[in-house]
Design a protein around this ligand. Structure first.
Ligand code: FAD
Length: 597
């Protein structure tokens, strides 16, 4: 059976030593997040994830969700009780402002807790994850009255949230959506239409479900300019805040799918359901983007979580499984064979995954702290810079962490040989569960296009210029002998990324297919540079700590330095191949007629 151990020490190293969370103390919520409080939260979250949520992962996969004739859905055995513990622990709303019943802690803390819970059980984590996205949309766009009505119960987790974009004929191209909203005399709307693939659309764990639904108001313009966002509760909310009569929204069926069986993926039928406008009419995509950007980062994190849990199990297996002898001489003569961890090829897999996981965790936390600056800093310039950073990094984190996260679950499965393919060890579930992360919240091809087509050129390239400056300043400031193995390759990859950016500027305007053809490579090249920058910072911190006499963490710091070097030597060189493919342009890709495929 698979196991999971939350990476508490690694998170603590990143927060305290690499990113110096104490420096953010002047922002709301950070003063409350003292090292002691953070340590207590991490310990409790780890315990909850490891002991309550993880044991349900396999159950959820085998049992899945069941829809009944009345449209109700039951979740797998144990989910409801575990979710009750999630509510009792106050985990859903730890970063929601206190006025709505949350703890007001930095959203970085939510990110960390989400990593632990999603590693333990991705399907389970989605119920609260979507609620957190819906809370973000309500916090930014809802009226005072709407906030008062919905936020307190969503903050506790007693009510969950969903996002309803997709329809049978439109996924990526939301401009085609048909769900319609008819204005009523009392200011509400009647919503009619069918949404498909709605995660956590119906289930038995919450008293109410608050659906955020994209629809077109009768007579609104066609295309994306005529889309509005509505709040459609499953049950109406009475004036005293209690749950009232049933609204006209039902789960028509649940999808049978490749993975995340414990999460109910629903067809939702809206039949004259009553909804209320969230934000401005015809500006629904803007409002939904608040939720989607949040969700994209959360899905990027999901890629890391499956990579992490798959890695942990592969590393344990590699230490135990006896097969063959080391090519450099027998290592365990008293055993019938050596454990497979002696074989370089097994280590290639494990080190590749490990170096990605630790770099990706740093990238996620670095960006989570920027998200807190964006929303909490009083310094306008800092807020602006953080917003730029978020815009640039969101597609990179979503696309790269899920593409590589999925590939890593396959590599970890490979460590098990045939035992990874059969169900018993749980490795094939990680592969199946991780696969969706590349698809939902905007398929990864779309993330790459967002990066190249929208984010690079925005505000005259302000965000990308700031990123280039930040990384090259770090490289220049750390040119000493000890740091050379880290900053020299980082500088080289940065130059390749700059070259690719320049190539787009010169070749994509006159031939847009050149941008489309190179966008996925560009996104991965960007991801490699960002991860290498994280590794260079972690290496610098580890070296400093070792100089200061690392206080019991010597072995971990030495391991960091080795893992960082591995990343620079064996993972980062992919950057050259990406650049080569980008600069090859679109010609051969676009030359054949459709019939030739
Ligand atoms: C398990 C699951 C859960 C989901 N949960 C939700 C949910 O909670 N709420 C919700 O609203 N939706 C949800 N979705 C829907 C999901 O977000 C969509 O499936 C996804 O956005 C892609 O849309 P599509 O499936 O219609 O693919 P399409 O839009 O048909 O795309 C097909 C392929 O073409 C590519 N493509 C499309 N347009 C372009 C273009 N212009 N340029 C280049 N390539 C392009 C895409 O990248 C993709 O690879 C879920 C889906 C699944 C499977």
């Amino acid at each position: 059976m698979p196991t999971y151990k939350a990476p508490v020490e690694d998170v603590t190293f990143l927060l305290n030593d690499v990113f110096h969370m104490e420096r953010y103390g002047n922002m709301p919520g950070f003063a409350d997040a003292s090292p002691d409080v953070v340590a207590a939260i991490l310990e409790e979250a780890a315990k909850f994830a490891e002991e309550v949520v993880q044991p349900l992962n396999r159950v959820g996969d085998l049992e899945g969700c069941t829809r009944h004739a009345d449209g109700s859905v039951t979740t797998p055995k144990g989910f409801k009780e575990a979710y009750r513990q999630m509510i009792d622990g106050g985990w859903v709303g730890i970063s929601v402002p206190a006025e709505y019943g949350g703890q007001g802690l930095p959203s970085t803390m939510t990110t960390i807790v989400s990593e632990f819970i999603a590693s333990a059980n991705l399907a389970f984590s989605m119920y609260s994850g979507l609620t957190q996205g819906a809370i973000a949309a309500l916090l930014h766009h809802a009226s005072v009255e709407q906030k008062r009505t919905y936020l307190p119960k969503m903050t506790t987790g007693e009510w969950t949230g969903t996002m309803n974009l997709t329809e049978p004929h439109c996924g990526t191209d939301l401009g085609m959506l048909r769900t319609k909203a008819v204005p009523q005399a009392d200011g509400s709307y009647k919503i009619t239409g069918t949404k498909i693939f709605i995660s956590a659309g119906e289930h038995d764990m919450a008293e109410n479900i608050i659906h955020l639904v994209l629809a077109r108001i009768e007579g609104a313009p066609q295309g994306t300019k005529g889309i509005s966002l509505f709040i459609v509760p499953k049950f109406f909310v009475n004036a005293d805040g209690t749950v009232g009569a049933r609204n006209g929204v039902m789960c028509g069926s649940i999808e049978h799918k490749m993975g995340i069986h414990g999460n109910s993926t629903c067809v939702m039928n809206y039949d004259n359901a009553t909804g209320w406008l969230l934000g401005e009419a015809n500006k629904g995509l803007n409002a939904m983007f608040t939720m989607m950007n949040e969700a994209r980062l959360a899905v990027g994190l999901q890629g890391l979580t499956q990579s992490e849990v798959a890695y942990q199990n592969a590393a344990n297996y590699a230490r135990d499984r006896l097969q063959g002898r080391s090519i450099s001489g027998v290592k365990y003569p008293d055993k019938p064979a050596d454990p497979i961890i002696v074989h370089p090829d097994i280590r290639r897999a494990l080190m590749s995954i490990k170096s990605f996981n630790e770099g990706a965790r740093a990238l996620v936390l670095w960006t989570a702290l920027r998200a807190d600056i964006q929303h909490r800093s009083e310094d306008e310039k800092a807020r602006q810079a953080a917003e730029d950073h978020m815009g640039l990094m969101t597609p990179v984190i979503k696309g790269v962490l899920t593409d590589t996260g999925f590939a890593n679950t396959v590599a970890a499965q490979q460590v098990f040989g045939g035992h990874g393919y059969i169900g018993e060890h749980g490795m094939e579930q990680f592969v199946r569960d991780a696969r969706i992360t590349q698809i939902y919240e905007g398929a990864n091809g779309i993330q790459a296009l967002d990066l190249v087509g929208r984010k690079l050129g925005r505000d005259g390239g302000r965000a990308i210029t700031a990123f280039f400056n930040e990384v090259s300043s770090f490289v220049k400031a750390n040119g000493d002998e000890a740091m050379k193995p880290y900053v020299a390759p980082l500088g080289e990859a940065l130059a390749q990324l700059q070259q690719a950016t320049m190539w787009f500027m010169q070749n994509a305007m006159k031939q847009p297919d050149n941008a489309g053809a190179g966008s996925t490579d560009y996104m991965h090249l960007f991801g490699l540079v960002a991860l290498a920058y994280m590794w260079a910072q972690m290496a610098k911190t580890a070296q400093d700590k070792l100089k200061e006499g690392a206080n019991g963490s010597e072995e971990r710091m030495k391991a960091k330095l080795v893992t960082g070097r591995f990343f620079m030597e064996r993972v980062l060189p992919e950057s050259a191949a990406h650049l080569k493919r980008i600069t090859a342009g679109a010609d051969t890709m676009m030359a054949l007629p459709a019939e030739a495929f």
